[in-house]
Design a protein around this ligand. Structure first.
Ligand SMILES: Cc1cc2nc3c(=O)[nH]c(=O)nc-3n(C[C@H](O)[C@H](O)[C@H](O)COP(=O)(O)OP(=O)(O)OC[C@H]3O[C@@H](n4cnc5c(N)ncnc54)[C@H](O)[C@@H]3O)c2cc1C
Length: 376
């Protein structure tokens, strides 16, 4: 067992940490406050190869391993949770999926655009009645002429505000649930798409979440993978995405720990820094331990993914443990900061809201427990 990073992973980690400190962190508060999609930051990230971290070089990507990808996402999330999720969606849920399933020139063209950051991707699976029960797709794709007509409503589509293309899941065999769903690569400037903003999101504000009303016609070449094989593709993408969301959660948790430590060292009560009180030290020690334990699970899941092994349970365990550890880290940071954190606009308050979403998107904590339990 080797816990050391290779020199290549180490130098990549350091370069992304520097980028996160200098070019992401200064924007984090304003992204949260305005709720505006961080297009400029995403462009800068793309120049460092962060739009297609694991995508093969011949497809326009950086060709790195999964562990390197998670190191980058954790570093970015420590600066801005929003930028990190946006990258996770376009990398794991779109570019990686297109690379995995592509079979024609149209797919290859989009893959290169995604991997180089010329295009941002979105993933449209959730619907008003299809959240945890993602197989309950009511969006229908019916054969019409030499293509498909896709009609329905998608909700909470991250990146949709800025994305050029979305993977849209639709039922092609009504009633067949997971065996009757097909994935389509749909350019978002196709006629018949209405985007409605979800600017009421509690946290990860600026993620460009939108609802999509679809009544579009696309050619057969837009089908990604096999007809009726879309649900399996969605689960494949989410398995990688969960490893990356674990990294995103750990970045938020680490930022919360930073806040708690810095405050504990400077805030004085009873004539001494509150860091000298055992009650404060123990909160910080527990948070650091739980974040590190979750990080080990994430590294294991990322290593399995890099080596092409299954890793289904490991990715769910990593996401479950990291999102719950991040939640606790944000909660304890709030306790250590007390009134200095419990006010609108404080970093601790933003982290508290941002952390919470990691237990919901890409499968709730209950969904992860169901996956883990089913395989035990
Ligand atoms: C910020 C944000 C970004 C998102 N981005 C995207 C995106 O880009 N693309 C996309 O497709 N979706 C996206 N989503 C949607 C997200 O994937 C869903 O919110 C999530 O899957 C949960 O679905 P739901 O909200 O409908 O909750 P529900 O499925 O209604 O669940 C409600 C509660 O019931 C529990 N529950 C449900 N079924 C069971 C069961 N069988 N056993 C035990 N408990 C159960 C859940 O765990 C949860 O606690 C996003 C959501 C958010 C908040």
């Amino acid at each position: 067992m080797d816990f050391d990073l290779t020199p290549g992973q180490q130098s990549f980690k350091q370069s992304i940490e520097q980028f996160a400190r200098e070019s992401v962190e200064p924007w984090a508060a304003s992204i949260d406050k305005t709720g505006e999609f961080p297009a400029q930051v995403m462009q800068s990230a793309a120049k460092l190869g962060l739009s297609g971290v694991t995508i093969a070089r011949e497809n326009g990507g950086a060709g790195r391993d999964y562990l390197s990808y998670t190191l980058a996402i954790e570093a970015i999330a420590r600066a801005s949770a929003t930028v990190a999720v946006s990258l996770v969606v376009t990398n794991s849920l779109v570019a990686e999926l297109v690379e995995h399933a592509s079979s024609n020139g149209l797919h290859k063209t989009w893959l290169r655009k995604l991997a180089t950051g010329q295009a941002i991707g979105a993933f449209a699976l959730s619907e008003p009645g299809a959240g945890t029960d993602a197989a309950n797709q009511q969006t229908a794709a019916t054969r019409e002429g030499d293509g498909y007509r896709i009609k329905g409503t998608k909700v909470w589509v991250a990146n949709a505000e800025a994305a050029a293309v979305a993977v849209v899941f639709a039922s092609t065999q009504p009633g067949a649930r997971r065996d009757g769903i097909t994935a389509f690569l749909v350019p978002l400037d196709t006629a018949g798409i209405t985007r409605t903003s979800r600017d009421d999101s509690l946290g990860v504000r600026g993620l460009g979440c939108m609802d999509l009303d679809l009544d579009v016609r696309v050619g057969l070449e837009h089908v990604l993978g096999a007809v009726n094989g879309g649900f399996q593709l969605a689960m494949w993408a989410l398995q990688g995405g969960r490893v990356a969301i674990a990294a995103q959660a750990l970045g938020i948790g680490r930022a919360a720990l930073d806040q708690a430590i810095a405050h504990a060292k400077t805030r004085e009560q009873f004539g001494r820094p509150i860091a000298s009180f055992e009650a404060i030290q123990f909160m910080i020690a527990d948070v650091a331990t739980e974040l590190d334990a979750a990080r080990m699970l994430m590294w294991k899941a990322a290593s399995l993914k890099s080596s092409g092994q299954d890793g289904l349970i490991e990715s769910s365990m990593a996401k479950l443990a990291a999102s719950e550890a991040a939640h606790k880290a944000a909660d304890r940071a709030m306790q250590v900061l007390a009134s200095a954190g419990y006010r609108r606009g404080s970093t601790a308050e933003r982290l508290f809201r941002d952390a919470r979403a990691a237990e919901i998107y890409q499968g709730t904590s209950e969904a992860q427990r169901m996956i883990i339990a089913k395989h035990l």
